[in-house]
Design a binder for this molecule. Structure first.
Ligand SMILES: Cc1ncc(COP(=O)(O)O)c(C=O)c1O
Length: 420
């Protein structure tokens, strides 16, 4: 592997390349191939940006046709057919059938831009500065989003105080604590010392926090709390959205409609930079240009985003996820959990985590991640101490490849546990 150029000239901030030391050149479906010709099964999936697989043929055809015709690529937020077609498809084929009435704000290319826009708008609408976020949350690395993000090492990079956020224990953290009641207490007790928030923001499945699907009942109760106290509910579905949970939105299982939804990653269809904020129409009090950014108008991203949604509906990707979920669930329960009683396994749809924290360092998720990589499987770590192995294959992964990836995982775990 020739990586000296990166090591010499690319900033030390680079990270995933340290966990997966290869120079990747080709990718197709659920596999990535390095320049030495070695192929890996991808259970990382661009951190959730490649739900429809690498170089998806259906989307690629639309992308190539668009380029071939010299159609406009960069348009700021000017009108274009590509944007019109994406908006129409998203509204008429995805949102309206779910009874959802949202306007779409195009933010800038990446997920944290959507979170920043949601925060700014919530504070503007409610005229309050405080926001409630959950402990264990990850919402991005720019300063507003980072104030919501709870991991201490992520926060350490800020260089300034991160404030105007109250972190609430996530529902799984203290089983004896009713966290919704706790939030209500903070809001209503004039001795709580906590300012009433403009919004409560949460990931319906905490992702980088260690794969915790939040209970549907908890989500419903938060919706009710927000309604009773004039607080906005924001769901961050940047990683768990786009069918990863077996439904397009990961909050759908709770039957609620959030006031705002942040979407990015796989909304770009093809790994394209696309990030949007869905907002209830009555919240749209922005003045023209009050929140903007140069790369909100990436037309190729709109083309791929629309094609991704078409592909998703035509191929019943959500149904595919529900079918494959049982393969992963059953394998983890019957082949992985028995390997060590200290492991904890959590997940939903095609988003699963194996938590090694109970092993007190005897074996870590990173050890197993390395062993997987050596055997041709890419799986990243997340969660407390980076000690949860995250399994997140593209949703279109073929069943035999999914089973092969899982059996590599078992081999890797068996080997690491034997050496511990
Ligand atoms: C739930 C969630 N929100 C926000 C972000 C930030 O997205 P980005 O890295 O594209 O800025 C991420 C990224 O992993 C995420 O998982």
């Amino acid at each position: 592997m020739e990586s000296s150029i990166f090591e010499q000239y690319e900033s030390n901030v680079r990270s995933y390349c340290r966990h997966f030391p290869a120079v990747f050149e080709y990718a197709k479906g659920a596999t990535m191939t390095d320049e030495d010709g070695r192929t890996y099964i991808d259970f990382f999936c661009g951190a959730g940006a490649l739900n429809y697989g690498h170089n998806n043929d259906y989307i690629k055809e639309k992308l190539l046709a668009y380029l071939q015709e010299d159609r406009i690529l960069h348009a700021m937020d000017m009108y274009s057919p590509a944007k019109r077609e994406f908006i129409r498809f998203m509204e008429e084929k995805v949102l309206q059938p779910k009874g959802m009435n949202y306007k779409i704000q195009f933010v800038a290319p990446t997920g944290t831009n959507s979170v920043e826009a949601a925060l700014k708008l919530a504070r503007k609408v409610k005229g309050r500065t405080n926001v409630f976020a959950l402990m264990g949350a990850f919402h991005g690395m720019t300063l507003g989003s980072l104030a919501l993000t709870s991991d201490v090492s992520d926060r350490a990079g800020a260089g300034v105080p991160l404030h105007d956020v109250t972190h609430i224990p996530a529902p799984y953290m203290f089983p004896e604590l009713d966290t919704v009641e706790y939030m209500e207490r903070l809001i209503t007790d004039d001795h709580s010392g906590v300012a009433k928030p403009a919004a409560i923001i949460f990931e319906p499945i905490q992702s980088d926090g260690g794969i915790y699907p939040l209970p549907a009942e908890w989500i419903r109760r938060v919706r009710d709390l927000c309604d009773r106290h004039d607080i906005l509910m924001i769901c961050d579905d940047i990683q768990a959205g786009n069918n990863r949970s077996g439904q397009f939105f990961s909050f759908e299982r709770a039957g609620v409609i959030p006031d705002m939804v942040t979407l990015s990653k796989s909304i770009g269809g093809y790994g394209m930079p696309c990030s949007i904020l869905l907002l209830k129409p009555e919240l749209d009090i922005w003045k023209p240009g009050e929140h903007n950014g140069t790369f909100r108008g990436n037309q190729l991203a709109f083309v791929c985003a629309k094609a991704g949604l078409e592909f998703m509906l035509e191929n019943d990707v959500a149904g595919q996820v529900r079918a494959k979920e049982s393969i992963v669930h059953d394998f983890l329960a019957s082949e992985i959990a028995p390997l060590d009683s200290r492991l904890q396994i959590r997940g939903l749809g095609l988003m699963w985590g194996i938590d090694f924290n109970g092993m007190n360092g005897a074996v870590t998720a990173r050890d197993v991640g390395h062993a997987c990589f050596e055997r041709g499987l890419i799986a990243e770590c997340c969660g407390r101490n980076g000690n949860v192995l995250k399994l997140m294959p593209p949703l279109i992964i073929e069943e035999d490849l999914l089973r092969k990836g899982l059996s590599i995982l078992k081999d890797a775990m068996t080997a690491v546990l034997a050496g511990a």
